[in-house]
Design a binder for this molecule. Sequence first.
Ligand SMILES: Nc1ncnc2c1ncn2[C@@H]1O[C@H](COP(=O)(O)OP(=O)(O)OP(=O)(O)O)[C@@H](O)[C@H]1O
Length: 354
Amino acid sequence: MIALRTAGLCKSFQVKRKRPGLSGSIRSLVRPEWVERAAVSDVNLTVQAGETVAFLGPNGAGKSTTIKMLTGILHPTSGNAEVLGYTPWRERTKLAYRIGAVFGQKSQLWYHLPPIDTFDLISRIYELKRSDYLARRKDLIERFELETYMHTPVRKLSLGERMRCEIAASFLHRPQLLFLDEPTIGLDVLVKQRIRELIRELNVKEGTTVFLTSHDAGDVEELCSRAVVIHHGGILLDASVEQLKRGILNRKTITLTLKPDSPMSVQTAAIPGTEIVSKEGRRMKLSVDLSNTDMDTVLGAIVGKVKLEDVTVEDPPLEEIIKHIYGLRKGGLGSEDERDASFQAGAGAGGRSG
Ligand SMILES: Nc1ncnc2c1ncn2[C@@H]1O[C@H](COP(=O)(O)OP(=O)(O)OP(=O)(O)O)[C@@H](O)[C@H]1O
């Protein structure tokens, strides 16, 4: 069953063109000149029910604008979309009963009220049967471990506690499709991990389709089965996360802080798949290609050669990954695996994209 389908979805905004200089500014004020700016251009996408899709792209790529059209907040300039059988901008109210939305930077919980009050309010907005609501609330409170926070005003909760409440609240009315916009932004590693597990659990248990935007490669790797990358408003890549992992998400960044009495360099020439990307005083960043080596080998080759004060291993920022994909698509193709991830998938993971 199809959860969501778009065909040639486009959105342009009229923006004022600013003329240069003071006189230009005054003229713009008196007689503004409008130009059209494309935010989303020709997005063709099909998401099957139960899929977990990461919708990725750099700042300004058109992610939020697409989500706003899919939830019925914005009308497209042209093209079509169908979400759970509804045209979002024409049947917004009906659709609202069947979808959920969580915005990492905007709270749906009342700031001065405890979460339990907002939960009650949501149950009334969605006209939930009292007994169903109470059973569902109990289940979500246990699952998300919210008991201790339910009666504390939201303003007194930490970001991680609030986000767990936000996501639990969005599941109250059993949405078939959940839109998550940066759900793990600003959270520490452990809370991010827990939130991903909980969303994944509900996806598996209840078949909720997940459509998520994120700048965090970990959200994509751990939560999603498919990634759609949007750039300059159009789809650049549509791949299974497995393909991405094999081809593109196979790099890690190691940051070393060396002790003052340590030798100040690491001989990466002797470690396959590893190169130094930056060096500043006692801090050094290495990029590791895990299709060529493994973490044990790399760390084994470093430990003992230098004296370490600190070491961290991270995913490279998603922006870097997207830049890399963009480079591949423009023709600078690397390994067969990269071609695999970039092109097979770009033509549509399982023929899903246009
Ligand atoms: N209401 C608006 N009026 C004019 N331009 C807009 C409006 N909303 C968005 N845009 C423009 O459309 C483009 C896409 O914006 P959008 O917010 O969809 O990007 P995004 O991918 O969600 O970015 P981010 O990751 O920063 O949230 C941007 O160039 C933005 O400036």
